[in-house]
Design a protein around this ligand. Structure first.
Ligand code: PHE
Length: 448
């Protein structure tokens, strides 16, 4: 099934893939979305359900996506078409492309705000002045555009010279900065209360809503359900061990999410702040946290630098999914594709950007129980589209691709996988699709 065009690009090594894929996985999802979701959903209880979802759903689906990518050496639409050219299945590939643009269009808004806070905090260090209160609609659109531009510049560079090179430089740096901030936070008096809150599950807090949020968060954080890992897997060579690749990405993403919890909540508790502040947790609460610490300005600047870096390696993967589709299927040049995709994303993201700074009617509309267009997009693309994409991919693998062929693909480079292959097939065939379907249905159908 290998008909890869020679100039599609390939990772230079397994570690190149792991860093790029971990770069995709580790992002605002871990450091912005995970802490605020945990903060709203009872702390330890949410963390526990999240971890279960990562192991039971995230790991099997990760291996599946990466394998399908490598087996076909294609983008999401091409990968499906490789086995079923006609019928309805290619729609699953198109759903991935649309979800890519959808997530990127609001994700880059938050990332733009992170960039603005970072630039502002360096100015604070040097001139003692903050200008951020002036960030209105024009400012947020500018930062949004700037972030898309940064993303585009990396993606234009291609697989090895663009994505892989930057991930190799930035990912290790990210880990170092996080560890420094955690150490600082844990030294604050009262920090232990935050640690306790994070590690003690209160089971009365676990509702269906919490389970859906935790499941969606797991897919979002692992970049699953919209073809990002499939696309990155398509740049893997036949020699690379898929089980190792998938496990490293899942383990590092989970570790960073947990570390993010330890980076944020001890400090939040030590300074008497509330953990359930919502999407603004890091923007409203953290500056106060940093203000209250000795050396907080430098730590604050480091933190927002780190977050910009983490977000960039994720937006790169979102744009790469869309680009791979146009390059493979329509024969567009990388440059033309990347600029066009970024332009479309910008236009799609304008309403979400305005809703994010609450200056437009879009910030107060109520649709599907969500207030504001920003929340609505997050809900549609993350809570619905990713679990649905993952579910359909599992069904596709068992009914069209064939789980025998899927495990052969994994086995071809990881012979020791044979001892657990049957368990994996069981999860892909039954556990993952049924679990996802039951959660979605019980949450959205008025049952009982
Ligand atoms: N995983 C990224 C994060 O946690 C977000 C993302 C989702 C990236 C889906 C690609 C695809 O920030």
């Amino acid at each position: 099934m290998s008909s890869s065009a020679p100039d599609r690009g390939q990772w230079s090594s397994q570690i190149g893939f792991v860093l790029a894929a971990a770069g995709s996985a580790v992002g605002l999802g871990n450091i912005w979305r995970f802490p605020y979701s945990a903060g709203q959903n009872g702390g330890g209880a949410f963390v526990l359900v999240y971890l279960l979802c990562v192991v039971a759903l995230g790991l099997p689906v990760m291996l599946l996506e990466v394998s399908l990518g490598r087996a076909t050496q294609k983008n999401p639409v091409g990968a499906i078409r490789a086995f079923r050219p006609g019928g309805g299945w290619p729609a699953l590939g198109y759903l991935a492309i649309v979800t890519g643009v959808g997530i990127l269009s609001y994700y880059a808004v938050v990332a733009g705000q992170v960039l603005a806070v970072f630039i502002d905090s360096t100015q604070k260090i040097f001139s003692g002045q903050s200008h951020l209160h002036t960030l209105g609609p024009g400012g947020i659109l500018l930062c949004f555009a700037a972030f898309l531009l940064l993303t585009l510049l990396v993606v234009v560079g291609g697989v090895q010279r663009g994505i892989e090179r930057w991930a190799k430089l930035l990912m290790p740096l990210l880990l170092l900065v996080m560890l420094a901030i955690i150490a600082r936070g844990l030294l604050l008096p009262g920090a232990m209360e935050g640690v306790r809150w994070l590690v003690t599950p209160d089971f009365s807090k676990i509702t269906l809503g919490v389970v859906l949020d935790a499941m969606a968060q797991a897919f979002f954080s692992l970049s699953l359900g919209m073809g990002a890992m499939l696309t990155y897997g398509s740049y893997l060579s036949r020699r690379q061990n898929l089980v190792q690749c998938a496990s490293w990405v899942v383990a590092s993403d989970t570790a960073v999410a947990i570390l993010a919890g330890f980076m944020i909540f001890p400090a939040v508790f030590a300074l008497g702040q509330q953990p359930d502040a919502g999407p603004n947790l890091i923007f409203k609460v953290l500056p106060a946290v940093f203000n209250g610490m000795p050396g907080g300005e430098v730590i604050g600047a480091l933190f927002f630098f780190l977050l910009s870096v983490a977000a960039l390696t994720s937006t790169v993967s979102l744009l790469e999914v869309v680009s791979a589709f146009f390059i493979d299927e329509l024969g567009w040049s990388r440059r033309r594709t990347v600029w066009s995709a970024a332009a479309v994303t910008f236009v799609v993201g304008i309403p979400a950007a305005l809703a994010w700074v609450s200056v437009s009617p879009w910030s107060t509309v109520r649709v599907l129980g969500r207030t504001g267009l920003f929340d609505l997009m997050d809900f549609l693309f993350t809570n619905l589209s990713l679990p649905i994409g993952a579910l359909l991919l599992c069904v596709f693998a068992s009914r069209v691709w064939g789980l025998g062929r899927a495990s052969d693909e994994v086995l071809s480079s990881s012979p020791r996988f044979s001892s657990v292959a049957a368990i994996w097939r069981f999860f892909v065939r039954w556990v993952c699709p049924l679990f996802i379907a039951v959660i979605l249905l019980t949450r959205f159908l008025p049952v009982g």
